[in-house]
Structure formats: structure tokens, C-alpha cells
Ligand binder design. Structure first.
Ligand code: ZN
Length: 82
């Protein structure tokens, strides 16, 4: 049995479906606003203009999950060549 991959990443207390992720910021947010609550967080852009905000751990986990989900790991299917 292999590792069971989830199609969800946990970001900001939300289970975000990986297939909804458009991109993940490479650098933490900084806009200079004094009352900004997102500073130091990484923006995870979703379809339809939504965003969620990940801390560093969540961002790293989301990237790993995306890589695995998008084919970094071979699918666990029967070998069709036999
Ligand atoms: Zn900001």
C-alpha cells in the first residue's frame, strides 16, 4: 500500500482542494499597510479571484501536495502494459 494522497491542502484552517489552486506566492506578502494582517503570509490564489493565506509551513505543505497530486508520484494503478 502506498501513501494515500489527499486532494486537499490545509491552509488557514480551510481544506482547500488542490485543483482550485492557481498559484502560490514565492515570497511572503508585504504591502506596507500598518493594519495589514497578511504580512508575512503567503498568498495562495484560487480560482475566481479568491485567495487564502498560508503560513510558511502551510505553504510548503501545499506545494508538496501539489507536486505529488500533479504527477510527481506515479499513479497507483494496475500496470496496463501486462
Ligand atoms: Zn498587506
Amino acid at each position: 500500500m502506498g501513501v494515500v494522497m489527499s486532494v486537499f491542502a490545509l491552509i488557514d484552517d480551510k481544506h482547500v482542494p488542490l485543483y482550485r489552486v492557481m498559484w502560490i506566492a514565492a515570497t511572503p506578502h508585504y504591502c506596507g499597510a500598518e493594519d495589514c494582517t497578511r504580512e508575512g503570509f503567503y498568498e495562495v490564489r484560487l480560482e475566481q479571484g479568491e485567495s487564502v493565506w498560508a503560513n510558511r509551513d502551510e505553504r510548503d505543505q501545499a506545494i508538496l501536495a501539489l507536486e505529488a497530486w500533479q504527477g510527481g508520484l506515479p499513479p497507483e494503478e494496475e500496470d496496463w502494459r501486462n
